[in-house]
Design a protein around this ligand. Structure first.
Ligand SMILES: C[S@@+](CC[C@H](N)C(=O)[O-])C[C@H]1O[C@@H](n2cnc3c(N)ncnc32)[C@H](O)[C@@H]1O
Length: 249
């Protein structure tokens, strides 16, 4: 259906090794073949900025869960410096070591949400939480609803959380069952074969519509507004990924 990703099926601990492997590009170190990220990160960042409007304010508290080490966190750091925001970066130590250290940046080396000190200190204070292209690892590595509940407890009134770049296998199936998806697959794979799409089958360890809607409902039940929003269609995986935006009224 697409070129096999040599970085598929990796977890938090594997990212430590990727981070320290100097033979890899900065995109490969965060688990993406270059073609998925190179030349796209400025567009990805502007898509994020359209959704996380609090980033345009001044002196806000911002946390990036799983920033990785490519250009996206650098763009976020630059923006936070310009807007006098405080920025917390949470990832493994090896990944964080690849990012610059500056006075307005706090680095927390942890498998989020296993960082009780940070969580206790920042209850109800965060204006922006960004968690981009990380949810599928959280689904495997951590207590999934605890991740959501704890994150929401960090949001200040008016705060925004973007759980971005979610690979939703239900969306992927809908796309590859469509005429557009079939043409996309055939052109990309240089084949006349149809993509292999199986409905009515449980997909272990994958995010599907049930997971996406469960997150929305659980957030709304706790008094937050929660929405599924599409990605800018020019992003490389917009046909099979989507974002969740949660706001505290
Ligand atoms: C695919 S990369 C995405 C990096 C960045 N957000 C981006 O989109 O460019 C996933 C990153 O999340 C980190 N990560 C995965 N699970 C995590 C967790 N539970 N807590 C903190 N970081 C996590 C990994 O170490 C890795 O740096």
């Amino acid at each position: 259906m697409s070129t096999p990703n040599p970085f598929a099926n990796i977890g938090f601990e594997d990212f430590r090794q990727l981070a320290t492997d100097e033979t890899l590009s900065k995109y490969e170190r965060i688990g993406f073949p270059d073609a998925y990220r190179k030349d796209f990160e400025a567009t990805i960042f502007s898509d994020i900025l359209q959704k996380l409007t609090n980033l345009q304010g001044n002196k806000r508290s911002v946390v990036d869960i799983g920033p990785g080490c490519s250009d996206l966190p650098i763009m976020l750091i630059d923006l936070c410096r310009t807007h006098n925001h405080k920025l917390t970066l949470i990832d493994n130590k090896e990944m964080l070591d690849l990012l610059p250290s500056e006075p307005f940046i706090e680095k927390v080396a942890a498998l989020y949400p296993n960082c009780p000190e940070f969580i206790a200190q920042h209850q109800g204070t965060m204006d922006v939480i960004l968690c981009y292209s990380v949810l599928h690892y959280i689904l495997i590595d951590t207590a999934f609803f605890r991740f959501l509940d704890i994150s929401l407890s960090l949001l200040a009134p008016g705060g925004q959380m973007l759980i971005g770049d979610i690979p939703n296998i239900s969306k992927r199936k809908r796309f590859f069952a469509s005429d557009t998806g079939i043409h996309f697959h055939q052109a990309f794979m240089k084949t006349t074969e149809l993509p292999n799409v199986a409905f009515n089958r449980i997909e272990h360890d994958q995010i599907d519509d049930a997971v996406v809607f469960a997150l929305l409902q659980r957030a709304r039940t706790q008094g937050f507004d929660a929405y599924v929003i599409p990605q800018n269609p020019t992003l490389p995986m917009a046909n099979r990924r989507e974002d969740i935006l949660i706001t505290r009224p």
